[in-house]
Design a protein around this ligand. Sequence first.
Ligand code: FUL
Length: 474
Amino acid sequence: MKQLLGVLLMVNFFSAFGQQVPAFNPIPSGPQLAWHDMEYYWFVHFGPNTFTDKEWGHGDEPEDIFNPSQLDCRQWARTAKAAGAKGIIITAKHHDGFCLWPSKFSTHTVRESKWKNGKGDVVKELSLACKEYGLKFGVYLSPWDRNHPKYGTPEYNQVFVNMMTEIFTNYGPIWEFWWDGANGEGPNGKKQEYDWALFRSTVKKLSPNTVVFSDVGPQIRWVGNENGFAGTTNWNLLNIKGFTAGAGSPVTDTLNRGNMYGENWIPAECDVSIRPGWFYHKEEDEKVKTPEALFNLFLKSVGRGSTLLLNVPPDRRGLINAHDSAALMRFRKLRENNFRYNLLAKPTVTIKNNSTGKYTTKLTDGKQTTYEVLGTASNPSISIQLKVATAINTISLREPIQLGQRIATFRVLLQDATGATIKEIAGTTVGRKRILSFPSVMVNTIQIIADNAKATPLISEVAAYNINEGLIEQ
Ligand code: FUL
């Protein structure tokens, strides 16, 4: 109650004086804010497993097994670009320890393979292709290494630091860096005690603007599953004191939902493969996710305030397979066609902020920097009036997260011409983007109400669509 009263007072204060609302900590850093806006980008799992049909190589695979016949990273980047993805993260080293670049700190690399007579460098090729196609470039580096003779000894931590140094020095800028928390046994049968503090300080020193992923950040957290969906409640906040990546991380449910009162801005990223496995296996060619299934994942990741990291593994030729690209191009079309027209951005629609009593165009201007201060339950916040009854089955809301994540519960009322509520949609968090879909209804008025917020509730964008009925989130 006290909290609600506080909110009410603040709303009146800010609306009366028309002031900018101060940030409510924690807030995202500049690189994190830019990362949120990436929305959808690719993971690329590629390496000896592609040729042995394994998911976790043992590390004893002969280097010659890695021999793609037509490897073309420009084809990957071209396909990613055409698919509407904004970046690519490559498994430069998976658990088998094989390095896709000629690392000086390993003898299990592309240099020891037959591919290009040992002169090839996949990491280099992809970093250049990403630059050429205007994509962000990211690197996954598994600390777990089933090949390296030093793994399982204290010296290995320095080996890992040396490898990271090579990556950041020779292939940058690296936009996102991915630490897999897996920690199994190495060739000597021992597990490694990872020096996460050393790993963290190394990246911070070498590349302070890189956003680093692990189960617990420091900049991006795992979403707690590999199925590609965030919680319907999804706080961009996480408490990490006493936790580490891997086995020492918070329970998966916490990673999925975040902590409402978390001390750090560490948003969740949804990683998922377009195929059942992470690496390419021919027998999975017919099991590529359908465009509709990918669209559904988009709603459950980006539409829940997270990002979609979709794995698209190149085949043994070293090319994105036609099965995957066909699904990806249709997935792009589904997004474009269904989100083309914001039904609320028409001149015939009026949007009124009931707290100020004023009409506003800020919520449909496509800008995160302009926003409205919301009222509360007793004073329905935003009223959207459509001139003619319109069929709607999807609503999208955004908070200006640069000022902190605030809304804890909200309602959207869909009303007919008499003002009667035909449908009420209740939700919890909004965050960067919250997309809600439901069976189509004819609507004259939409009311948006913030019932509970940690601080003055703000909304920066609102949109409505009538997407293909078959695509509605189940
Ligand atoms: C997991 C790994 O064990 C899988 O092979 C895959 O790389 C996935 C993205 O992360 O921890």
